[in-house]
Design a protein around this ligand. Structure first.
Ligand code: G1P
Ligand code: ZN
Length: 545
């Protein structure tokens, strides 16, 4: 047998966060670093039986291929009998979730740092999803961390690197390995959820043109298959379609800043009718129409209001959920439809229990993430297909769909201001400063705005009753406006302060100003409350979305 047992000692920084273990590439490249973490994962999983499947794939970023070879050899040595690998080592996060559910796999390992930049100086990450297709719960990730803190040895099967580029089945030792085409699997799956005939007719009419920016990340092949091959969009539809190890030097985050070239096309002369983008690992999405950006919060609300028209969702909504900082646009829809709307802490994992318990059909976050009960991750291309299906059915441009929605439910002007790479102590002090005021503020006037209530958001999971405290500070005003402050849990350098601003207007035509101007009074109140400039030493946010 070619199994080698290698002596090692723990690293102190292997505690997985909300999105797995995410670090600089150089950290992952240290001897034993990845190996220790993967061995700790394998030691935490139940012993694999003959029937248990492991799936491996990533977003194609730098170190993806090397990591896959290491994990593969470790998985063989650890007695996995059946391993599936995405061709070229690529599997988007939503496709992974779909594959796990399809094959009822024991575990899926996703190599990605999501929307963080890649390349030798960029970030790398390891996430693992369990049988339901969703990210492992905290109990499990804590156990992996415990194992990583005491690890003494890992094992590796010694063999040549395995060809992961050709679709093939390979037998090594006791292990059956299959290189699979997750692109066509995922496209088949989408075909069941949406009305492909209607979307095909839309493209065929010649009156509809769209652009999809894959940002040189994982969704390129998926988008080409779906939009161009199966739905008949023109060959120039998918931009930056080839996944690259450094995402073409860009930042694969589909927002107004990082996808600015696409945004410029949609807001420029002769814009296409529809624009969309997704992130490094394909779970985020951005939706644009001609001269209009649909906020992810609004996108969720529009989906909720229209979902029953789509083939995969004829039964309508069981309920909806949004992360706490996401605007309350979807709450209005849920209220009108008479379904429950759950408010969860930031992070997709909180939706998992609600989805598994069939309490919700649809969920989303302001951070460009929407999804449904079809998988247990957010899903970028799914959201794009949702919008395409909607446009095809309603035969209306995006702007008109939004206008009608706002006329019916009112409009939530919304923006997020991020202060990135702030000194961690300073950011903590700002939050403490805010917390200390919570009791004294309700009732106070800030210009025209009266503060109604404020709190430190605490969530009790309605399924397992687990409690998550300190999930962000909420300030609610009498007119329905809201400001939320929280610190990011995903940054890899310093702290990131996020300020979420929301203003509700029943009459959507009332403000002719742009969003930032409409929100200006609330932006000032946020400064007054938190003394942002004082604590962060910044005059303005690093990113405004
Ligand atoms: C961010 C987003 C959050 C999302 C997470 C993972 O987390 O805000 O909604 O679930 O990335 O994609 P944060 O950095 O704010 O903790
Ligand atoms: Zn992502």
């Amino acid at each position: 047998m070619n199994i080698r047992h290698i002596t090692t000692s723990p690293f102190s920084d292997q505690k997985p966060g909300t999105s797995g273990l995410r670090k600089k590439v150089q950290i992952f490249q240290q001897p034993h670093y990845l190996e220790n973490f993967i061995q700790s994962l394998f030691d935490t999983l139940p012993e694999p039986t003959q029937a248990d499947i492991l799936i491996i794939g990533g977003d194609g970023r730098y170190y993806n291929r090397q990591a896959i070879q290491i994990i593969l050899k470790m998985a063989i040595a650890n007695g996995f009998h059946h391993i599936l690998i995405g061709q070229h080592g690529l599997v988007s996060t939503p496709a992974m979730s779909a594959q796990i559910r399809k094959y009822q796999a024991l575990c899926g390992i996703i190599l990605s740092a999501s929307h963080n930049p890649g390349g030798p100086d960029g970030d790398f990450g390891v996430k693992f999803n369990l049988r339901n297709g969703g990210p492992a719960p905290e109990k499990f990730t804590d156990a992996v961390y415990e194992a990583a803190c005491t690890i003494k040895e890992y094992c590796l099967f010694e063999c040549d690197d395995i060809d992961i580029d050709s679709l093939a089945e390979i037998q090594i030792n006791e292990t059956h390995i299959e290189i699979i085409d997750t692109v066509s699997n995922y496209a088949d799956f989408m075909q069941h959820l949406f009305d492909f005939d209607a979307i095909r007719a839309l493209f065929k009419s010649g009156r509809f043109h769209m652009l999809f920016d894959a940002m040189h990340a994982v969704t390129g092949p998926y988008a080409k298959e779906l939009l161009q091959r199966r739905l008949g969009a023109t060959e120039d539809t998918v931009l930056n379609a080839i996944p690259e190890e450094d995402f073409g030097g860009g930042h694969p985050d589909p927002n107004l800043l990082h996808a600015h070239k696409l945004v410029a096309r949609l807001f420029g002369a002769n814009p296409p009718d529809f624009g969309a983008a997704s992130d490094g690992d394909g779970d985020r999405n951005m939706i644009l129409g001609r001269h209009i950006f649909v906020t992810p919060s609004d996108s969720l609300a529009v989906m909720a209001a229209n979902i029953h028209h789509l083939p995969g969702y004829r039964a309508g909504l069981a309920g909806v959920a949004r992360s706490m900082p996401t605007s309350r646009a979807v709450d209005k829809v849920a209220e009108a439809l008479g379904v429950e709307c759950y408010e969860t802490p930031t992070g997709w994992k909180f939706f998992g229990n609600l989805l598994d318990a069939h309490k919700i059909t649809l969920c989303g976050e302001e951070s460009f993430g929407n999804g449904s009960d079809h998988i247990r991750e957010k899903d970028g291309l799914w959201a794009v297909l949702f919008w395409l299906n909607l446009i095809a059915l309603r035969q209306q441009p995006v702007r008109e769909i939004m206008r009608e929605h706002w006329r019916r439910f009112g409009r939530h002007y919304y923006s997020r201001h991020d202060y990135e790479e702030v000194d961690s102590h300073a950011a903590e002090s700002l939050m403490t400063h805010l917390r200390e005021q919570l009791d004294s503020l309700p009732g106070r006037h800030f210009g025209d705005y009266q503060l109604q209530s404020c709190d430190d958001f605490c969530y009790t999971d309605p399924v397992d009753n687990s409690i998550s405290e300190h999930q962000g500070l909420r300030f609610l005003f009498a007119d329905g406006s809201r400001i939320v402050f929280r610190l990011s849990g995903t940054g890899t350098r310093g702290a990131t302060l996020r300020v979420y601003l929301e203003r509700y207007e029943l009459d959507p035509e009332k403000h002719q100003l742009d969003t930032q101007q409409t929100l200006a009074p609330l932006i000032q109140i946020a400064e007054d409350l938190a003394r942002i400039q004082h604590f962060t030493c910044r005059e303005k946010p690093s990113v405004i979305t």
